[in-house]
Design a protein. Sequence first.
Length: 208
Amino acid sequence: AALAQGRQPLLLERTAGLGGRARSLFARDVDSMIDNGQHVLAASYHETRRLLRRLGQENAIHFQQPLSIHFRFNQRRNFPFRAWRLPAPLHFLLPLLFGAPLSRSDRRYLFRWGRRFRQTVPEQLKPLTVRQWLDEAGQSPLLEQLLWEPLTLATLNTPLRQASAFLLYQVLQKAFLSSAATSGLGLATRLLGEIFARPAEQFIRQQG
């Protein structure tokens, strides 16, 4: 955006490589390049997808349609989740209600939570962590293990006790509960450094 306005940005990096949390680095113990933590994108990340198109890298991310996640807890317990092609939030909640290994109380809770979610005032979540939000909502340990813990780590790259409840609300609202078409996850097919950092550096240099 700064380059498009004729400005010369000053790029500061804390580490020796470009990319921030989405950078790739050499790991000596495996003698190979790896990503600094595996990231997933959401199909609703419109600005990120616009950046990928500008860098010529949109095909480097595989976007699901609709959302599909296979949860595996141990050798005997797993749960293949797939969003249904229904209006939001039913496309997300009904597969959980009828397919997940939940107790009756958890199913009732999810149904009530889906109704209350749309009445949530986002500003009230800003001081809270996800951990505090879940505790206030009375989440069960099973729902936390099945849904919130992996979802928070995958989308915010932060554990429950530190992640922002406000940011998770935004992710849920825009990425998972807006429509089935935009609920899918985007998975990188190459190293993140090859998708973001290196093309961005080339683009900046080409623009002078």
